[in-house]
Structures are given as structure tokens and as C-alpha cells.
Ligand binder design. Structure first.
Ligand SMILES: *Cc1c(COP(=O)(O)O)cnc(C)c1O
Length: 422
């Protein structure tokens, strides 16, 4: 049963209610290892599903364009206060609809179309919104990209410095979607300072680790920090822009009226709930456990003969290069999904295959850590992983369903926030 229960929805729209129930059960029964996903608490779900969705409140607290903000203002102000205190920043904007609009707001604040920006290339682990050509950010801005080194998969800081000196970008982005190692914010800050660029740390993936002290904070190094709220931070789908007081005005103007209309108040309240949860001492344990699990899983996968980009993981994320196994990422991801292990195919740096059929798999430990799995379970996870890939090579389809059964048997002992079998 969904928690909170879907009583009214079941009566009003049984079809949608049933599909949601089935999705909840699917989330319960699988090892959910998509690196950007997690399970939010029932408290976050309740805030997300509240009457706050009914309210329009364009503007900011005490400066709104609609009446009736007596309770919306304190909700947004509380959310901002919690964000500022959790991350230790001077300013927080909690209105961006999601990570991509948050990044677009940063362009709006600090650059004009045609200006040069510098970011990690998408195939190297960057994000589309860091100027990749198919994104508006790549179409409207002159984006230059740095890489990771071929030999060790780590950011090539010599290249970052050379490109920054040559192109003098308005904005330098650091962070990405497939970076398994600690991001060296001080080094980026040094380069950005030398060339006079605004340094933006996009911590969408690692925000929960930063909040929980399991990854160094960009505060004091990055001028601006963008983040989603739904990945390791374990909140609703949304985003925040954090900054020094100096940039507060420019960022607020860029989000509204620059880019968005009314904020999603139900999301804002749910972000507040998630930030409160992330300020609990237990969240520090959670963040530390994510990393312990990721390291243990990396070691167990290497034991099973898998090649990891950079050789391991310092955060929640692992990137596997399947080249030596002679199979593509896409068929492997599909086989693993049939075996109850959910992840995504991904390009690896210097991939020789096509983006829609690349050589890699990306996975993360945030979701399974929320379920309560620890290091001791990681050898078993790696064994299932390896068995499923072997079964794919041998075309042994019954093995995939056998593994899926074993996975769901294990997970029956680890409650899922948001759903229970009875
Ligand atoms: C997930 C992600 C985003 C985009 O977030 P959406 O909410 O999907 O728009 C931006 N930057 C990075 C680094 C991300 O990982």
C-alpha cells in the first residue's frame, strides 16, 4: 500500500491509482541504483501532495504579485533559512523548478547569448546544461569544454587552466552527472579567480553528501552553487541556487521574472521538510554510509573483473566500462533490469560507441542506502550483477528471473519509505 494511502485517488481515478501502486511495488522490489534517484520520506510525499499546489505566488516573500500569501511567505522563508543554515551560505533561492532551469537562471544572471562559458563535456561526465550543443545552453552560448584524462579518468586541470586562459569564459561550471570522484573545488576556484570567471559548482548529484559531510563543500570556493533537491539530498523534484550575498540580487532576478513564473509552493514546502531531515545527525550517518557502500561495491565489482572508470568511487556513483566484457551498456542495462537491478547505460570517457548505445553503465548507492543496505550486502549485489551480465552473454534468460527473485527476497527485509506490502 502506498504511504500516504491513495484513498481518494483510488475512488476517483482507479486506473492512475493502480499504476501508481504498481510503480511503488516495482520500486520496492528492485535494487534501485540509478545514481540520480532516491526514496523520499512519507513526510516529503505529504508536503508534495498538499493544497499548496493550489496557490500562485509570483515574486518573493513580501514582494508578491498576488494576494493571500500570509502562509506561503513563511513557508518559503523557512525553506530559505534551512537551506542557508544547512549549507552555510549567505543566500538561497529555492524557486527553480528543477536542476536544468536552475542552471539556465545562472546563464541569465551572468552571461548574455553568445558569451563564452566553460564546462565539462557531456561524454566526459558533464551535464547537458553545461553548454552541450543539443541543449539551449550550447545553442545560445559559446561553450568550450574540458575533459578528463584518458589514463585515469580524472579532471584534466592543465586543460581547464589552458582553456580558461585562452577563452576567458564568463562562467566556469564544475560538477557533473557521471563523476565518481571528489570534485576539487579549491583548484577550480583558483583558475576561475585568475581569469575573472564566475565559478558555478553544480552539486546536483552530491548535495546530500555535501550536506552530510561526506564530500567537501564548495562554499567559500564557488561564487554560485546550483543543486537539484531530489538526488542524494533525498527531497522532492526541485532545485536551489545558493550563493554569496554579492550575487543574491542577480540570481533572484534571473529566476523571477527572468525565467520562471509562479514557484511550485508544494515543492518548496517539501524541500523544507527534506532540508530539516538532512540537518538531523542521522543524515550524516546516511551520507557516510552511501560512500561506504559505494566503495565496498566498487571493490566487489573489481573483484568480479569489472573495469571502473577512475578505478573506484569516492562518492555515491560508479561508472563501469564494459569494453573488456565485449558487450554494450544498453543490452547490459536491460538485462540487469530484468534481474531486478535498475541502472542506466552511459557513455564512458573517450567512448568509441554511439551515445545511444555506449560502452558504460552508471550506478549509485543513494537509494539502496536509504533502504538500509550496508557494506556487508555489497559483495552479494556485485555477485548478482556479475551473474546477470554473464547470463546475458550466455543468453540464459531464466537466470535473470532467478536473480530478480533473490533480489526481491532480500529487499523484503528492508522497508521502503512510501510503500509497504500490507
Ligand atoms: C540532474 C542534474 C541536473 C538537472 O536536473 P533536472 O532536475 O533533471 O533538470 C543538472 N546538473 C547536474 C550535474 C545533474 O546531475
Amino acid at each position: 500500500m502506498h504511504v500516504p494511502p491513495l484513498t481518494n485517488l483510488t475512488a476517483a481515478d482507479p486506473k492512475i491509482a493502480e499504476l501508481i501502486q504498481q510503480e511503488a511495488e516495482r520500486q520496492h522490489d528492485k535494487l534501485r541504483m540509478i545514481a540520480s534517484e532516491n526514496y523520499v520520506s512519507p513526510a516529503v510525499l505529504e508536503a508534495t501532495g498538499s493544497v499548496l499546489t493550489n496557490k500562485y505566488s509570483e515574486g518573493y516573500a513580501r514582494k508578491r504579485y498576488y494576494e493571500g500569501q500570509q502562509l506561503i511567505d513563511p513557508i518559503e522563508e523557512l525553506t530559505i533559512d534551512r537551506a542557508k543554515s544547512l549549507f552555510g551560505v549567505e543566500h538561497a533561492n529555492v524557486q527553480p523548478y528543477s536542476g536544468s532551469p536552475a542552471n539556465l537562471a545562472v546563464y541569465m544572471a551572468f552571461a548574455r547569448p553568445g558569451d563564452t562559458i566553460l564546462g565539462l563535456g557531456l561524454p566526459m561526465g558533464g551535464h547537458l546544461t553545461h553548454g552541450w550543443k543539443v541543449s539551449a545552453t550550447g545553442a545560445w552560448f559559446n561553450a568550450v569544454h574540458y575533459s578528463v584524462r584518458k589514463e585515469d579518468g580524472l579532471i584534466d586541470f592543465d586543460e581547464v587552466r589552458d582553456l580558461a586562459r585562452e577563452h576567458r569564459p564568463k562562467i566556469i561550471f564544475c560538477g557533473g552527472t557521471a563523476i565518481p570522484r571528489t570534485i576539487d573545488f579549491p583548484r577550480f576556484a583558483e583558475i576561475a579567480k585568475e581569469v575573472g570567471s564566475v565559478l558555478v559548482a553544480d552539486i546536483a548529484h552530491i548535495a546530500g553528501l555535501v550536506a552530510g559531510g561526506a564530500h567537501p563543500s564548495p562554499v567559500g570556493y564557488a561564487d554560485v552553487i546550483t543543486t537539484t533537491t531530489h538526488k542524494t539530498l533525498r527531497g522532492p523534484r526541485g532545485a536551489m541556487i545558493l550563493s554569496t550575498g554579492e550575487h543574491a540580487k542577480a540570481i533572484d532576478k534571473a529566476v523571477f521574472p527572468g525565467l520562471q513564473g509562479g514557484p511550485h509552493n508544494h515543492t518548496t514546502a517539501a524541500i523544507a521538510v527534506a532540508l530539516r531531515e538532512a540537518a538531523e545527525p542521522s543524515f550524516r550517518d546516511y551520507a557516510a554510509q552511501i560512500v561506504k557502500n559505494s566503495r565496498a561495491l566498487a571493490a566487489a565489482l573489481v573483484d568480479k573483473g569489472f573495469d571502473l572508470v577512475t578505478g573506484g568511487s569516492d562518492n555515491h556513483l560508479l561508472l563501469i566500462d564494459l569494453t573488456s566484457k565485449g558487450i554494450g551498456g544498453k543490452p547490459a542495462a536491460q538485462a540487469l533490469d530484468r534481474a531486478g537491478i535498475e541502472l542506466n547505460f552511459n557513455t564512458v570517457p573517450y567512448d568509441t560507441r554511439k551515445p545511444f548505445d555506449p560502452s558504460g553503465l552508471r550506478l549509485g548507492t543513494a537509494g539502496i542506502t536509504t533502504r538500509g543496505l550496508t557494506e556487508e550486502h555489497m559483495p552479494q549485489v556485485a555477485a548478482w550483477f556479475s551473474d546477470s551480465v554473464d547470463a546475458l552473454v550466455k543468453d540464459d534468460e531464466p537466470a535473470q528471473s532467478r536473480i530478480a527473485g533473490e533480489v526481491s527476497d532480500l529487499l523484503a527485509n528492508f522497508p521502503m519509505p512510501g510503500w509497504s506490502r500490507v
